[in-house]
Design a protein around this ligand. Structure first.
Ligand SMILES: [Zn+2]
Length: 146
């Protein structure tokens, strides 16, 4: 991937097998184009991490292996097991974006407690709402273009 031309989007990054037989797909959920230099804030990233990790598992179950932020603050990695079609994964992402982009209070963010999180004070409901709304609209546009 050439990061000088990479756009916001949803990309299949790699397909590989774990333990020699378990097929996995790694997706690149790019919220921000690297060259735009409009990075997600750490608070927004952390909020989205909690929301997606929780709600994608409600949509896709144990097919979700991991959801993790990129250190460069432009997006997230999503690893899904099996042969789940990319379209199904994108639909689930769009649904979570739509359903979780109108939060009002911290208490609506799953797992944001001292028992379950390393830094529960790091969150931003408004920035997360805005980023999820924008990204969800992009995914829905990509799904329609198919
Ligand atoms: Zn956390």
């Amino acid at each position: 991937m050439d990061h000088t031309t990479l756009d916001r989007g949803f990309y299949l990054r790699s397909v590989y097998t774990a333990l020699g037989f378990y097929p996995l797909r790694s997706y690149d959920m790019r919220f921000r184009a690297p060259r735009e230099k409009e990075y997600l804030s750490p608070e927004a990233i952390h909020t989205i991490e909690h929301l997606m990790a929780h709600y994608l598992r409600e949509k896709l179950g144990s097919r979700v292996v991991s959801f993790a932020p990129m250190g460069c603050k432009t997006g997230f990695y999503l690893i899904v097991k099996g042969f789940t079609p990319m379209k199904r994964v994108m639909e689930a992402v769009a649904e979570v974006c739509r359903e979780q982009s109108s939060l009002r209070v911290m208490g609506e963010i799953p797992g944001l407690t001292v028992e379950q999180c390393g830094n529960p004070e790091l969150y931003d409901v408004e920035a997360s709402n805005a980023a999820l709304k924008e990204y969800g609209e992009l995914i829905e546009k990509l799904l329609k273009e198919e």
